[in-house]
Design a protein around this ligand. Structure first.
Ligand code: MV4
Length: 450
């Protein structure tokens, strides 16, 4: 096992990684920007190094500066957290070149899964179901129209480099498709520097269900059940839970085995997630693979009893997985909500100083945050300031506990999305488990929240 690692991240995930390092007796090196000098990740690490100005391009995304700190402090490995450099193949490659262990899969795997077209092609080869469509870049609108005709409308036009719904559009006929093609291609080119477009059959009213996997460097791979992440607003996840209220045992097992097959086919190591779209008949289709630890990993930890950061560190250090598939528990139900510093009416970020910040506590409550009373939420970073996770013997119990915990949450000085979270959690359709990706649009349309 490593004796010292660097955490190339900030906020709640940096604090979360440091907590597991402390448990395992691993020394920690934090890096921080000028805006984060008083942050909790700086305080709880064994040492901390300033790497630049507030803007991420001048600090948390500065690959050479982070490598320099890792070498100077003799850190043996780097944990990238999520976001920032976590899925950047150039960063992973630079770590490899310097003999520093990147806590994640190898750079080629990251690059391959970073392209939607490339990953679709790879997954089809691995025998993973993909949405009917094409796995090569479209030449022009004419080719798009011809292929769409053979697949049948409605069609989902997508950007290969896409994310956050950018470059993506549903089209219902040839005319719409021709109109949509160029605009989305231009948008993808300007946002991602890559205008490659492809298309798929449109799946109506799908669910977003993702399988957590864990793979070591000895060819062993496990699935740690699923997370249901369908409750999103404008492609931003809001509530996640495990297990999914929609899956039956057989579908769950089939999806898990499929995810393991996918990971083994590409020689994956590390914790990872295979995202699927699940249609109303419980057919599932590969959507994309995330080659990092995810924001919503705590719900998986709560139902399995595993510490995913510990498992990541162990496999990165070359250890064998200590479990077989039969050892992996699925007990009770866990829900996570993401608390964003945003105006509940306009959804604009709401930076400011926290004049009060008191968290609910209890046996069935888990908080993940890096802010405290008196601290300032700056506009430089993601507005997600905390996660709240509750657990129950049943889904209903976890929901009731979440509503109680949100009532006890005291946060003053900034605005948050807590009103919206309460509205979703108390909605009869959510409570009935009718969690599709259109939930927020359909059910919250009468309120100011959308
Ligand atoms: C789809 C789809 C329906 N059919 N693909 C949205 C994010 C992007 N990564 C994939 N997305 C979708 N792809 C086909 N062929 C519907 C969505 C979608 C969605 C997916 C997951 C979670 C929330 C969503 C909200 C709207 C649309």
């Amino acid at each position: 096992m490593f004796s010292k690692i660097l955490i190339a991240n900030r906020g709640e995930i940096a604090v979360r990684v440091i907590r597991t390092c402390q448990k395992l007796g691993i020394q920690t090196v934090a890096v921080y920007s000028e805006a984060d000098a008083d942050s909790l990740h700086v305080k709880c690490a064994d040492e901390a190094h300033l790497i630049g100005k507030p803007r991420v391009s001048e600090s948390y995304l500065n690959i050479e500066k982070i490598i320099e700190v890792a070498k100077a402090t003799k850190a043996e490995a780097i944990h990238p957290g999520y976001g920032l450099l976590s899925e950047n193949p150039t960063f992973a490659r630079r770590c490899e070149e310097e003999g520093i262990v990147f806590i994640g899969p190898n750079a080629d795997v990251i690059a391959r899964m970073g392209s939607k077209i490339e990953s679709r092609k790879t997954m089809a080869e691995a025998g993973v179901p993909i949405v009917p469509g094409i796995s090569h870049p479209l030449q022009d609108a004419d080719e798009a129209a011809k292929i769409a005709e053979s697949i049948g409308y409605p069609i989902m036009l997508k950007a290969s480099a896409g994310g956050g719904g950018i470059g993506m559009q549903v089209v219902h006929n040839g005319e719409e498709l021709r109109k949509a093609f160029e605009g989305n291609q231009k948008r993808a080119a300007s946002f991602f520097g890559d205008g490659a477009m492809y298309l798929e059959k449109y799946i109506a009213n799908p669910r977003h269900v993702e399988i957590q996997i864990l793979a070591d460097q000895h060819g062993n791979c496990l699935y740690l059940w699923e997370r249901e992440c369908s409750i999103q607003r404008r492609h931003q996840k809001v509530i996640e839970e495990a297990p999914s209220p929609f899956l039956d045992e057989e579908t769950r097992r089939k999806m898990g085995e499929t995810a393991v097959r996918a990971a083994q086919y590409i020689g994956y190591t590390n914790a990872g997630t295979i995202e699927f779209l699940v249609d109303e008949e419980k057919n599932f289709y590969f959507l994309e693979m995330n080659t990092r630890l995810q924001v919503e990993h705590p719900v998986t930890e709560e139902i399995t009893g595993l510490d995913l950061v510990e498992e990541q560190l162990r496999v990165a250090a070359g250890e064998k997985l200590r479990y077989t598939q039969e050892d992996i528990r699925c007990e009770g139900h866990a829900i996570e909500v993401r608390i964003y510093a945003e105006d509940p009416k306009t959804f604009f970020p709401s930076p400011g100083t926290l004049t009060a910040f008191e968290l609910p506590e209890g046996e069935y409550i888990r908080n993940e945050t890096a802010v405290a009373t008196g601290m300032t939420v700056t506009p430089f970073y993601d507005p997600m300031i905390a996660k709240l996770i509750t657990k129950g013997g049943t889904r209903q119990e976890a929901i009731v506990r979440m509503l109680q915990a949100l009532d006890a949450y005291r946060i003053e000085g900034i605005k948050t999305n807590i009103p919206m979270l309460k509205e979703v959690l108390s909605h009869p359709e959510f409570q009935a488990g009718h969690t599709t990706t259109h939930f927020v649009n359909i059910h919250l349309h009468k309120s100011s929240i959308k």
